[in-house]
Design a protein. Structure first.
Length: 119
């Protein structure tokens, strides 16, 4: 049962995370990414770093779930601090869920691994 929960949680996080990446890529392409604008002012630079941290976390989590989850949630927390809060919108609500799902998957996988070693 625990294995099924892990599989569902893992694939839910992967699918939603991939959808977030696709949405942000579509928005970036549609709006036209101007690299100089990403680093115009200190707040914009910090928000860019926070967003890139979350996006890297989504990619990293495909291989290392716990590390990816930590990156996603750290980037989200940093974004909220710099931005003086964040609304759990179309991107940030699912981003929080994906980060928590990956952390949960990493915890369950580690727990299952310890159980098999102790048996």
């Amino acid at each position: 049962m625990e294995r099924q929960i892990l599989t569902v949680a893992r694939w839910t996080a992967r699918l939603v995370g991939t959808a977030i990446l696709a949405l942000i890529a579509a928005l970036a392409i549609g709006e036209g990414v101007h690299p100089a604008r990403l680093f115009e002012t200190l707040p914009v630079t910090l928000l860019t770093i926070a967003m890139l941290t979350m996006l890297v976390g989504i990619v990293v989590a495909w291989k290392w779930e716990r590390i990816g989850g930590i990156l996603i949630l750290s980037g989200l927390a940093f974004f909220a601090i710099v931005n003086h809060g964040v609304k759990l919108s179309l991107v940030f609500g699912p981003m929080l869920a994906v980060g928590l799902l990956y952390l949960g998957c990493g915890w369950l996988k580690n727990k299952a691994g310890r159980r098999s070693v102790n048996s």
